[in-house]
Design a protein around this ligand. Structure first.
Ligand code: FAD
Length: 402
């Protein structure tokens, strides 16, 4: 049961609590439930007036909870963080994420690409059921601002409050969508305590493009049956063109490579071999315009033809044009601002943590979720990673100072 208040407190005196969890996103709620199930008395503190705001936002796009694929492939999606996160994902992987959602009364379905969603395609029923089940006291509108001597200090509607926990789990999220609570303002608080942090960087984000005025009629349109190419990585997916630039699932999938320096290109005819494209181009009757031929013989829609002109002019002829259609370089101005990103890389480094996810510099303080320095593509890896690290931190925290 979740309670939404805190007791009156003498000014300046720290209230003793058993287990403290700061941050009521998926990582913090999982840590809190795990601690409560282990018999700890848990207080969850959340800066916003309600829990799980980013989780609810994820629900607006259907809430991709996890991905139904073999564990090896699943773990590999975490890139350089895979060896670090492996034990946590073995303890809580895709099947566990599905069982967890079903345990909260949510039937799930698996889409054609293996992505798993609740059938209702939203997060609110799941979150409501979870908050009812967790078994912790919740203090909303309590914003953690650092330490006062050994006590955790909070700004609350009723003034400054201090808590003195026996064990703590921090689950404050990354540094995007600050209006939903995850503003990364915790980073300097931990840096002051000598916790090693990697700088925040956008992850799963779009890229800014300075379009010519010819592109305006196409804003808002989806780019279908394309392949996004970022150096060696080629991903079939969708993208959306907007006044701001280019974004969407296919772009997010290659966004880390592009952020780290790989050039972005588009294969506009993902279903066709380059030889087929070259042969069709060679069949153009002398009287037919190129634009008409691209539409009729190659099936290029107006958006794809506009992109070819935007990035490919002056257009080459023959096989060179076929090659361009299969790998059209996209000129962009770099990632869109970090606050728009689906997630962020950076945060607490693995060197700052012991294998139980306890901060080496702060014994008794554990950390979980997106505030740790790992990143993964969209596709359910983010939420599963947050739940897995929340469970791991909660399990180990439950044994601390019990
Ligand atoms: C538009 C959008 C769509 C997404 N879709 C998906 C998806 O389909 N699948 C997927 O896997 N992932 C998705 N994500 C990502 C996913 O929502 C996040 O990775 C996940 O919510 C992170 O969980 P967390 O618990 O680590 O942090 P958060 O969910 O960010 O929670 C952190 C909590 O800490 C609180 N907090 C922060 N600072 C303080 C403070 N100083 N004091 C007190 N409280 C504080 C915040 O208010 C917040 O409630 C999406 C994200 C966005 C923005």
């Amino acid at each position: 049961m979740v309670e939404e208040h805190g007791p009156d407190q003498d000014a300046g005196k720290a209230e003793a609590v058993d287990a403290l969890v700061i941050g009521a996103g998926p990582a913090g709620l999982m840590a809190a439930e795990t601690l409560a199930r282990a018999g700890r008395r848990v207080v969850i503190v959340e800066g916003k007036p309600s829990a799980g705001r980013k989780f609810l936002m994820a629900g607006k796009s259907g809430l991709n909870l996890t991905r139904a694929e073999p564990l090896e492939a699943f773990v590999a999606a975490y890139g350089s963080a895979a060896p670090w996160l492996r034990p946590m994902l073995e303890a809580f992987g895709p099947e566990d994420a599905i069982a967890w959602a079903e345990g909260l009364g949510q039937e799930v379905f698996t889409g054609s690409t293996g992505r798993v969603f609740p059938k209702v395609m939203k997060a609110s029923p799941l979150l409501r059921a979870w908050l009812r089940r967790i078994g912790a006291e919740m203090r909303l509108g309590w914003r953690w601002t650092g330490w006062e001597e050994a006590a955790f200090a909070f700004d609350t509607g009723a003034g400054r409050r201090l808590l003195s926990p026996r064990v703590t789990v921090l689950a404050l999220g990354g540094a995007s969508w600050r209006r939903l609570g995850s503003d990364g303002a915790w980073a300097p608080l931990l840096a002051e305590k000598s916790v090693a942090l990697a700088p925040f960087r956008p992850a799963n984000m779009g890229f800014a493009v300075h379009w010519s005025s010819h592109m305006a009629p196409h804003f808002g349109q989806p780019l279908k049956a394309v392949r996004l190419i970022a150096g060696d990585r080629k991903v079939r997916g969708e993208a959306v063109i907007s006044a701001r630039g280019i974004e969407g699932g296919g772009v997010y999938a290659v966004s880390a490579d592009i952020r780290d320096g790989a050039p972005l290109a588009l294969d506009l005819l993902a279903d066709r071999e380059e030889g087929w494209v070259a042969a069709r181009l060679a069949e153009r009757p002398a009287k037919r315009t190129l634009s008409k031929h691209l539409a009729q013989a190659l099936g290029l829609d107006p958006l794809k033809r506009a992109l070819l002109q935007e990035f490919g002019r002056p257009l080459p002829e023959g096989p060179a044009l076929a090659a361009l259609l299969k790998a059209l370089p996209v000129r962009h101005e770099g990632p869109r601002p970090m606050d728009e990103a689906i997630s962020t890389a950076g945060g607490i480094t693995r060197e700052a943590l012991d294998p139980s996810l306890m901060l080496n510099a702060l014994p008794g303080v554990f950390a979980a979720g997106e505030m740790l320095d790992w990143e993964a593509p969209t596709g359910g890896y983010l939420i599963t990673g947050c739940l897995a690290t929340g469970l791991w931190a909660g399990r180990h925290a439950a044994m601390w100072n019990a």
